[in-house]
Design a protein. Structure first.
Lengths: 114, 116
């Protein structure tokens, strides 16, 4: 069964450093998403991406964040200058279509900013 | 205002018994989708079940069923014949369909612990 994959599974970085989180969505899916979950809190939407552009972003997704689909398979989230409060689990998700289609999540990348 | 409310932070259930997890939602859209996800201690998010707002039948997937009461705006998850492997956090989520709003809005989650 096809699944969303994410690398790395864990990342530790120093405050102020740039990190890139990588995702490979399910191959025939067209919509891609990033969510984050701070430890013990609910899952929060960051950004959705379709047709090589951002379709929606939350207020969390400020200028420090960017997304890219550099080739036909990868989808990346870059945090330019990490802050302590960026420590969270980051989930990539994909769906075949938009609107009410099920979003399938990857296993997550646990990011720790020191 | 919260779009998804899960009022039960934690629940205990005996193995082989059924458990109901509550979820209420708030939307003015006529078209929306409701989802349940399971998050085991390993951290991944596993899709369980989906209910569309226009679906007349309650959704079922194996041991999971969704008790959808549209007038009450509730979408409770029922897990029948609980197994030890069902111990996890469960999240209710909604996606509103009438706009170009693709995001899922999640509730705070309910932790289920299955006892042998």
């Amino acid at each position: 069964e096809p699944e969303v994959t994410q690398t790395p599974s864990h990342q530790v970085t120093q405050m102020g450093q740039e990190v890139i989180l990588r995702c490979v969505p399910i191959s025939n899916h067209l919509y891609f998403y990033w969510y984050r979950q701070i430890l013990g809190q609910k899952v929060e939407f960051l950004v959705s991406f379709y047709n090589n552009e951002i379709s929606e972003k939350s207020e969390i997704f400020d200028d420090q964040f960017s997304v890219e689909r550099p080739d036909g398979s990868n989808f990346t989230l870059k945090i330019r200058s990490t802050k302590l409060e960026d420590s969270a689990m980051y989930f990539c998700a994909s769906s075949r279509q938009g609107r009410l289609e099920t979003q399938y999540f990857g296993p997550g990348t646990r990011l720790l900013v020191l | 205002a919260q779009k998804i409310t899960q009022t039960q932070p934690g629940m205990f259930v005996q193995e082989k018994e059924a458990v109901t997890l509550d979820c209420t939602y708030d939307t003015s859209d006529q078209s929306y989708g409701l989802f349940w996800y399971k998050q085991p201690s390993s951290g991944e998010m596993i899709f369980l079940i989906y209910q569309g707002s226009y679906d007349e039948q309650n959704a079922t997937e194996g041991r999971y069923s969704l008790n959808f009461q549209k007038a009450r705006k509730s979408a409770n998850l029922v897990i029948s014949a609980s197994q030890l492997g069902d111990s996890a956090m469960y999240f209710c989520a909604m996606r509103e369909g009438s706009s170009n709003d693709y995001k899922l809005s999640f509730g705070a989650g309910t932790t289920v612990t299955v006892r042998a």
